[in-house]
Design a protein around this ligand. Structure first.
Ligand code: PMV
Length: 331
């Protein structure tokens, strides 16, 4: 019987152009709207999972600091489902690190849960196809389902797993991230989504419009039509924030700096720059442009008040296993 088995995986972060915001009312964390994302080369999480007979409890280490409480519980739920599928009793030590500062407030749950799902299944000896690993990640964080795949990725309404749409090299675009101040502590996505579904008068419109915006964006992508894709992306972004603003109490993720950056992007677009913005459950702004205009967008954002850092990303690859080992001995 194996007493120690270990795998390390890398998964890249993704940014939704058409947003996932809202869950199906039944358990299991299924999305209420379809989403479409771009996986990014520049931002990734590396996660090592060691199932080890010497451990009495699961352990979680993030950026080399041990973490307990709600974050550990979420990781344990994923590990429990892997243990059940693999008929494995061993507890695990999970070590995870982002190549971008976690404190910057950039979403790390997508790349984090994708890397965890991939490393945990491999460490447990489960040789699952990618869509099954994507489904496992989706149960923890729906946006993580998309990070198993590189390039352009869809997660349909009510879907079990994400689906690749186009590979990373299909279109020479860049996503330029303007990192602003973090602002007050953001409300977590699960709490925010529940508040919107229960109290926001805009939520029914959001559910109705989501599939239409998704279809618009897919058609635009099939034609490599940046203005049409950008228009659908911005409409999805604004409608998600309208849904949040109409919740009670309102969920305000947009900071003054966010709106200043958006204003500049819109002005520069009127002047001919092919650039379209999106924001998520936080104040940072992500700008989609052609790779040929990435430097121009980067220089523009760098000069703005409230922008602390600018990160230029290109389409990124599939999640992957870096290494696996298994050692025998009494279990
Ligand atoms: O997967 P979660 O629970 O972290 O939710 C992600 C929600 C957004 O980032 C706002 C949108 C998205 O589709 O990624």
């Amino acid at each position: 019987m194996l007493s120690q088995r270990c795998a390390t995986a890398i998964a890249h972060s993704n940014i939704a152009l058409i947003k996932y915001w809202g869950k199906q009312p039944r358990p299991g964390n299924f999305p209420a709207v379809p989403s479409l994302s771009l996986t990014l080369d520049g931002l990734f999480t590396r996660t090592k999972v060691e199932f080890d007979a010497s451990l009495d409890e699961d352990e979680l280490w993030l950026d080399e600091k041990q973490v307990t409480g709600a974050q550990l519980d979420r990781v344990k739920r994923l590990l429990d489902s892997v243990r059940e599928s693999a008929s494995l009793e061993l507890r695990a030590r999970v070590g995870s690190a982002n190549n971008f500062p976690t404190a910057s407030g950039l979403a790390s749950s997508a790349s984090g849960f994708a890397a965890l799902a991939l490393a945990a299944t491999h460490a447990a000896g489960l040789n699952w196809p990618t869509h099954a690993v994507s489904a496992l990640a989706r149960a923890s964080s729906a946006s993580a389902a998309r990070s198993l795949f590189g390039g352009w990725v869809a997660l349909d309404k009510d879907a079990n797993a994400a689906e690749p749409v186009f590979p990373e090299n299909a279109w020479d675009v860049a996503l330029v991230i303007a990192v602003t101040d973090k602002g007050p502590k953001a409300i977590g996505s699960t709490e925010g989504m529940n508040r919107c579904s229960q109290t926001s008068s805009v939520y029914p419109t959001w559910l109705e419009q989501g599939p239409l915006l998704f279809n618009q964006a897919r058609r635009a992508l099939e034609q490599w039509d940046l203005p049409a894709l950008g228009q659908a992306m911005e409409a999805s972004t604004w409608l998600m924030h309208a849904t949040m603003l109409a919740a009670q109490p309102a969920l305000v993720y947009l900071a003054p700096a966010t709106l200043e950056i958006i204003k500049t992007v819109r002005e520069q677009r009127s002047a001919g720059l092919p650039a379209y913005f999106t924001t998520d459950a936080g104040p940072h702004v992500k700008v989609l442009t052609l790779a040929s205009h990435a430097k121009q967008v980067c220089d523009l954002l760098r000069g703005l008040r409230g922008v602390n850092e600018v990160i230029v990303c290109r389409p990124g690859p599939d999640a992957r296993i870096e290494s696996t080992t298994a050692q025998g001995g009494p279990a």
